[in-house]
Design a protein around this ligand. Sequence first.
Ligand code: DOR
Ligand code: ZN
Length: 347
Amino acid sequence: MKKLTIRRPDDWHLHLRDGAVLKAVLPYTAAHFGRAIVMPNLVPPVVTCADAEAYRRRIMAALPEGLDFTPLMTLYLTEETDAADVEAGFRDGLVTAVKLYPAGATTNSQSGVRDIARVYPVLERMAEIGMPLCVHGEVTDPRIDIFDREAVFIETVLDPLRRRIPGLRVVMEHVTTREGVDYVRAQDGTMGATITTHHLMINRNAILAGGIRPHYYCLPVAKREEHRLALRRAATSGDARFFLGTDSAPHVDPLKECACGCAGIFSAPNTLSCLAHVFEEEGALDRLEAFTSLNGPGFYRLPPNEQHVTLERRDAPVAFPAKVETGEGTVTVFDPMTPIFWSVSMP
Ligand code: DOR
Ligand code: ZN
């Protein structure tokens, strides 16, 4: 197949940041994606509806003219989150989901949740109103090996939470393990999972073999090859519980290339082209649209986008920018380590 037209995709997990970085990175997502679930881990985080409203305005102000894009806002769950504020934001259509970061799990998660029991009242209210919870599924206990943190989270936090509040609609964000995929598959339609482009393309060797490569470091960290293959099977299966969340997460290069680099891979400029490559390799191009454009809206109870995008397989590799200038420094674009032949256009 040389040419493929699909419904315009959405990104169900995206970091847009703020200020100059927001302005520099937003056009890459808005060029291809109709909507995105925007992560709230700013400094300070987006915790109230007033914060979300102000952030949404800054995003719309940064959007280049002529691009049609809708940010779907999230609230950062803290132990002080007010259930009434969350409900009001959801009912108004201002806020689409709430994000649970275990405190200390990742970038700017210090204000996250330490004791899950303290947020049960908010989660129970969300279950009543049908509002989704997006979960960063890793434990933070320093005794747990970083490569095991997702599997241990499922066993010790996620599964007990699901049993306690079975009506809560939960998205396991950026699932990275076979255990995660198997867990989601065993659940009913109240559970979904996002998968990133980079976790479909790299395993942990990309970070560590033959030198340390900080631009492949993200959280959850990429795992062994068997896990990448399990993610590929899930993403290309057509199973409605799995959908795209790129977790495109820009950090300026000095914050990545240093003694203690930040977690995050910036993939917005080439993510769709890379996905077409993955689905072609798996012989599943006919299921790409389900993963990028149909399953996510299905879970979030939104209609699929009306517009379409066309993916075209070129005879020569497509060139992508290696770095994006932001005004606060350069951000390195995800390098898939293989030539990519798919270009994207909007008909
Ligand atoms: O790699 C990541 N980067 N994982 C996260 O959970 C956060 C994100 C960020 O904000 O940079
Ligand atoms: Zn993220």
